[in-house]
Design a protein around this ligand. Structure first.
Ligand code: G3P
Ligand code: CA
Length: 380
């Protein structure tokens, strides 16, 4: 008898929690959809993180060509600048992980990307590391892939039947004074931020046409100072403030350091971090809104961990608060159906993903071509 009462109470509590989650999700879906549509941003958005970087070396031509031809809405890139002033797409602030810099320039291997000229960067092999790290996805043609300039990523975005948008992060912007202005000048020269001709809203076709939508470019940054400069340079271009939970950024509840925590890996440690208070979280959203952002990019804790699993900043109350403040929510970086399902139910408006083919399947927009077919079509 007691057991059955207990079960009935638990069942009731679970049901109430599920119903409340469904209610949050349904409301959040409507709000996120309306906010996205108002900004001319696809809903839900498929943002190919460093290209289709699960299946090809990140930020290289095969990764971006694959993302485009699969049907991703956006090509995501991390913006840096060479010593001779050229804008390039590269994530890390040095070249060790994704190039053969230790062989080509051994004495400079730990120097920042900004200390290399474009010619020096173009002399590096930015693909072989992928074949070594991922033999199951390796292709001989990935060897000697090149670091791309922003111009080259734009060429890829413009070069196919699908016309994705660009989702550009100013990476370590304090290392690159003036990069926000350089970016504006490049995007204007390439016709991506010409606001004199109103963009059309294109929906419902068989091909991706985000490049013709008002949200054709989304600018993103973790740095408040860069957000201010982006807003100053490109007030009419949609912007997203990326969120990170750490002392000095969004303040967490007190926790031992990773070294003292006893956790087995960083993902397990990050998953235990919590925001100090709702007020603390709200203050970041308010700052974003007041400084021109139309969205936030929160981190996610992934079911199976890994090196892109961070603090859980996609809890239902967080997404609801963002929507109520008029901000869309694009979490990074999610690759598996179990997480697409779980986090979508918590009320988000798309995802950064290394696996756009998987996210497109989840959103019932599967590519008609396989990954292999697309890569072979481009000679990989
Ligand atoms: O830009 C969203 C996401 O990419 C942020 O993390 O380190 O992969 O650039 P990161
Ligand atoms: Ca990024």
């Amino acid at each position: 008898m007691e057991v059955s009462v207990y079960r009935s109470r638990v069942t009731g509590a679970v049901l109430a929690a599920v119903l409340s989650c469904v209610a949050v999700s349904a409301g959040a879906d409507e709000m996120g959809k309306a906010l996205s549509e108002k900004a001319g941003i696809p809903y839900p958005a498929v943002i190919a993180h460093r290209g289709a970087s699960y299946d090809a070396p990140e930020s290289t031509a095969p990764a971006y060509l694959l993302a485009r031809d699969l049907g991703a809405d956006y090509l995501e890139l991390d913006l840096q600048r060479t010593r001779d002033g050229v804008l390039i797409a590269l994530h890390d602030d040095n070249l060790r992980r994704t190039t053969n810099v230790t062989q080509r320039f051994p004495e400079r291997a730990d120097q920042p990307v900004s200390s290399f000229t474009l010619a020096e960067l173009k002399s590096l092999d930015a693909g072989t590391w992928f074949n070594v790290a991922h033999p199951d996805r390796a292709r001989p043609t990935y060897a000697d892939q090149k670091i791309l300039t922003l111009d080259e990523v734009i060429d890829i975005a413009e070069g196919g039947t699908n016309k994705p948008g660009l989702y550009i992060e100013t990476k370590q912007p304090k290392l690159f004074p003036g990069i926000e202005k350089d970016l504006k000048e490049k995007l204007a020269a390439r016709g991506w931020v010409d606001t004199s001709a109103p963009a059309q809203v294109v929906t419902g076709g068989k091909t991706v046409q985000v490049a013709s939508m008002p949200g054709r470019v989304v600018l993103q940054t973790f740095e408040k100072s860069s957000m201010e400069l982006l807003q100053q340079e490109m007030p009419n271009v949609p912007k997203v403030l990326l969120l990170w939970l750490e002392s000095g950024s969004i303040e967490p509840r007190p926790m031992p350091s990773f070294a003292d925590s006893g956790e087995k890996d960083k993902a397990a440690y990050y998953a235990k971090l919590e925001v100090k208070s709702k007020e603390e979280y709200a203050s970041w959203l308010d700052w974003a809104k007041q400084h021109g952002a139309l969205g936030i990019g929160p981190s996610s804790a992934l079911t199976h961990g890994g090196d892109q699993s961070y603090a859980d900043l996609v809890q239902p109350w967080m997404n609801q608060m963002a929507h109520e403040k008029g901000l869309i929510v694009h979490p990074y970086t999610v690759d598996e159906a179990v997480d697409f399902q779980k986090i979508s139910a918590q009320g988000v408006d798309g995802f950064f993903t290394n696996r756009p083919a998987e996210l497109l399947k989840f959103y019932d927009r599967p590519s008609s071509d396989t990954i292999d077919t697309i890569l072979k079509r481009h000679g990989y």
